[in-house]
Design a protein around this ligand. Sequence first.
Ligand code: PMP
Length: 771
Amino acid sequence: MVLASPRPDFNEEQAVGLADASFGVLADSSRNLGSERDQTFLLLAPDAVPVAVMKVSNAAEDPAILDMEALAVLHIGRVDPELPVAVPRAAPDSSAPQDPTTRRVAVEGDGGTHWVRIYDVLPGGARTEASELSDEAIIAWGETSARLTRALRGFFHPSMQRTMPWDVQHALTCRPMLADVRDPELRGIVADVLDRFEEVVIPVWPSLRAQAVHGDLTLDNVLLDERGFISGIIDFGDMSHSALAADLAPVLDSLAVGRQGVELYRAARLLLDGYQRVTPLEPVELDLLGDLWAARCAVTVAISSWRSARGLEDADFAERYNPVSLATLETFLATGWQALPAELGGAGMRVPDADLVVRRSQVMGPALEALSYEAPIQMVSARGVWMTDVDDVTYLDAYNNVPCVGHTHPRVVEAIARQARVLNTNMRYLHTSVVELAERLVAECGGDLDTVMFVNSGSEANDLAWRMAVAFTGNTGGLCTDFAYHGISEPIAALSPECWGPEGKPTHVETWMPQDHYRGEHLGTEDFAAALENLSLRGLAPAATILDGVVTSDGFRDLDPTHVQALVRMTREAGGLWIADEVQGGHGRTGDAMWSYQRTGIQPDFVTLGKPMGNGHPVAAVITRREIAEQFARGTVFFSTFGGNPVSVAAAHAVLDVLADEHVLPRTQAAGDALRHAVRHLKETFPVIGDVRGMGLANGIELVTDPTSKEPHPRLASAVKEGMRQRQVLVGTCGRHGNVLKVRPPLAFTVEEVPQFVDALCGSLSDSIDA
Ligand code: PMP
């Protein structure tokens, strides 16, 4: 093994002769630059000007390894020609420069055959202290490291597969070397690190991205310009096939010289920022970085102690980094292994946060809506219709409509990440995708809706629509359903009776009762007419009526199309406009139309979009008619900093793409039909199920004390919701009395999930009724 074989032992005078004999390089003198297992000489002209660098390999070195190094740097030169890698010169008589064997010449020494390679002198200085590097230089180092790894991605050579103890994948081969670590405390720490490596890293290793890696991009192997940026990469002697993340271990370790504690972590994060500008790391890689780094420290201590114990190297030189390794490991131990990933940009293991409820309420105050469930859930991940909490319990999500095409849908996640990596800016610059999104939305709406304005939330969309309605009509009255919710801004909170305080209804607002087919109430337009009349009695005409097409907050109502058409007509006759709030019912939720208003055959003046539009990423829009937007523009100018930003727009496009590609609408319809059918079956067993209604995956299950009186039973609804949570199914409650189970899952919910939902509902109903 090369590490066990002594370094070549040529003196500086002999080196001058070797350079001439091997490559015809004429030098006056040379300087030995020091090296672990080889010899490196700087060849100098008479005036001490450097003419070349010469490497004399260890006699135990396999020449195939040297060929691999030569082929690798030639490969890098083709992929990323700007990377300043040192390329061994071809021998003077060589006629095949791509043949790596022409880039080394054999010389004989005391130990046997050595291979001589000659390199041009690269610009920059060597051996800068890591602690002297500026933040910019650290970031650039990370970036160069990632570029180098990227350039090696497509490289292969059979010699890459070798057991290099410096490569942390072989860290455990260092165990026998621990006997040579003189300091017992250090020996104990290093042994523990290797044990942990075996337990935590080895099992995951086969799943890590692997490729040809440089293996040692430390400050010992680079030249730096006056800013501290890498100007030369001079040693490929540690190349191997290893995990991409493992290649970062020596880089991070090299950064640690002169840094400890918080400063060490800060510098490491900056370096990783630079790296991830080129190559984003996978979560598993980020989580393991601390362990890989620790293993590198352990390997450093083990190899250097072992070599110096054998006299292969001067102990002071060989073990010069051991105090740094010890300090780094002590920093890690003080942090704790569980918390270490977070220091390096990973997530680590999520642990339940015992006092989170208290801290949340202390710092966020009492106005924030209460947490769901008596025992609040700390969610940590989700996928499709499934959500997983910190205790690794997985729930069927029958509640959240925002992740419209399913939690963490890869198309949306990738679209967001990809765009965020390239550009995120505002609507003051030209950007194709935002215009295309607007065109898509206009096409989805049809009719005379031709103008799109982008904002960030459903509340903002409704707020903007309302302002335009007021500007266009000159009226100030507003109409909404009895228990509607449309948003948080002052004008929209006024149209959200669900959130009205003790003062109750604002004077410019009237409400009407949505149709209740279950009780056979409010089926006509009398309520609405009375609301208009009440406004008029106060001298007000409506600026707009706003309607959530699936009437969520009132407990989900399937309104008759002719009824809605009549309400639109009456609004317009009274001088008002119609706002179709699609924050709940849009993006395919009803299964039979992209927007819920389309089911009723009306032509609204505004369509407002929110929640599902970005699958959880904040993006919202108002779609209206040109003449309305023109009137608004006469009085003001519209601009929203984040509205229409390219990242949000990428998310919105991805949602529309998935809705089409996965045929989400028919799937939603089928799932909704199956769900309602199955739950209706339960009515016989559970007469407290008064009504099962909905459209697609916007569904309400109304619970009553008994089917005759139809008396709302909010206590039962709340108990059933809790019971279903115990059975790992998430639902909410809604309606003025809170007695309607709100079943409004991501549209990734399919007929497959219906049995689990029904089981949980049955079990919970049985328990709640018995209790
Ligand atoms: N409109 C409706 C029908 C809603 O349900 C909501 C939110 N629940 C909003 C508007 C407000 O959306 P946001 O919370 O994004 O402001």
